[in-house]
Design a protein around this ligand. Structure first.
Ligand code: MD3
Ligand code: FE
Length: 217
């Protein structure tokens, strides 16, 4: 097959890339939402600031995080869990902006998951050098619902593995506006993010923001 070139004669990116039987990258899917969604990050962070959580093993996470929605993901020496109250502020997590829910709903639908109504949005902030080591997401009640991930700002190399930590990983570049939807049999695969390079983004500067929408409760 001859590859498609864009108007600059550069190879065009396939708008959909399958990572597994039930995991798909939707290139640029979030771009039409950026104008609404990016300013809302500061509103959320003003109420529930980004912070570095401690893992049960006693390590401080390299990624800084906050949450919005009814439930938020939290970690401390006692374990990982979803909470209604932000442990840093003792207030409920900020509510999920309508633009966030709409983006998650439409992305899930585009990937074949009808009627996705997330109750949690974990917001990760990466600075140059930040990484996320290989892990599974197992704290959600119902593995039937997908997870929708939205990448904004600097690009990152995502690592996608198998069901065992020792399984080989494939590298997937994720850039500003890309959305990934994971469900079904790919839901429990190990994944992580390689240390970020400092290549400032025109809108977000030297950071990457990732949203993961979940049905946690
Ligand atoms: C694959 N975040 O917060 S999102 C996380 O870019 C997390 O911040 C990464 O992994 C980030 O837990 C990657 C992509 C993602 C999220 C959930 C998954 C990939 C997944 C669940 C199952 C398989
Ligand atoms: Fe994860």
């Amino acid at each position: 097959m001859m590859e498609t070139l864009d108007l600059f004669g550069l190879p065009a990116q396939d708008p959909r890339q399958d990572l597994g039987p039930a995991a798909v990258v939707l290139r640029g899917f979030a771009l039409p939402y950026v104008e609404e969604v990016v300013p809302a990050i500061d509103v959320i962070a003003a109420r529930s600031p980004f912070r570095h959580m401690v893992t049960p093993g006693g390590f401080t996470m390299s990624v800084a995080l906050t949450n919005c929605g009814e439930l938020g993901w939290a970690s401390d020496r006692r374990g990982y869990r979803y909470t209604r109250i932000d442990p840093s502020t003792n207030e409920p997590w900020p509510s999920m902006p309508e633009s966030f829910s709409r983006l998650a709903y439409e992305a899930a639908k585009a990937a074949g998951f009808e009627n996705f109504r997330p109750d949690a949005c974990l917001i990760n902030r990466y600075l140059p050098g930040t990484r996320l080591s290989l892990h599974q997401d197992k704290n959600e009640r119902d593995y039937a619902a997908p997870i929708v991930s939205v990448s904004l700002g600097m690009r990152a190399t995502f690592l996608f593995g198998g069901e065992e930590r020792s399984d080989p990983t494939t590298k997937v570049p994720l850039q500003h506006g890309d959305v990934v939807v994971w469900g079904g049999e790919d839901r429990l695969r190990y994944h992580g993010v390689m240390p970020l390079k400092d290549e400032p983004h025109p809108l977000l500067g030297s950071q990457r923001i990732n949203f993961t929408f979940r049905k946690a409760g």
